[in-house]
Design a protein. Structure first.
Ligand code: HEC
Length: 140
């Protein structure tokens, strides 16, 4: 009986963890990763999206309110897939998954989301569990 109760408690804790909603406010990338992403961006993105990705002649800004409102309620995984399938626009096959994740970390840092202790994964399924919320929600 005791044993069974302990098992139930553990199973519930695991379920709660698996379902705990995460957002870009939860420290989803590291500062080092964002730095690596900045070098990828210098080579692959700024020529169209402008210095610091704040917008070029044809390509939109990847930071700020307008950009975030396009992605509000979607996930980091959706943004990752969008980049992987269509960017850099002249050759979307050029970036590795890791470079894609790094550049994504850089974009999150430009949008002033906080850094954390673990890097962003390069797996879209994992990234699909992180919501993009432009404004910080009240403490849950
Ligand atoms: C050859 C020019 C070019 C390059 C290089 C390029 N982009 Fe783009 N990008 C565009 C254009 C033009 C658009 C707008 C049209 C569209 O949505 O496809 C765009 C749109 C985007 C969007 C959607 C913006 C939104 O508000 O939803 C993202 C995200 C993006 N680019 C990321 C990147 C990243 C990351 C890189 C570097 C790895 C990159 N782009 C390199 C031209 C480029």
């Amino acid at each position: 009986m005791r044993r069974y109760r302990a098992w139930v408690v553990m199973a519930c804790a695991a379920a709660a963890l698996a379902q705990s909603p995460r957002s870009v406010w939860d420290g989803t990338f590291t500062a080092d990763q964002a730095k690596r992403g900045e070098s990828v961006s210098q080579k692959e993105c700024v020529n169209c999206h402008g210095a610091a990705l704040s917008g070029g002649e044809e390509a939109p800004s990847l930071e700020g309110a307008a950009f975030l409102s396009n992605w509000n309620g979607l996930t980091v995984g959706d943004l990752f897939d969008r980049i992987r399938k269509s960017m850099p626009q002249d050759d979307p096959t050029r970036l590795s998954r890791q470079q894609g994740a790094d550049v994504l970390a850089y974009i999150l840092s430009l949008n002033r989301f906080p850094t954390g202790k673990t890097e962003l994964s390069a797996q879209s399924e994992v990234l699909k569990q992180i919501k993009i919320e432009p404004a910080k929600q009240a403490a849950r």
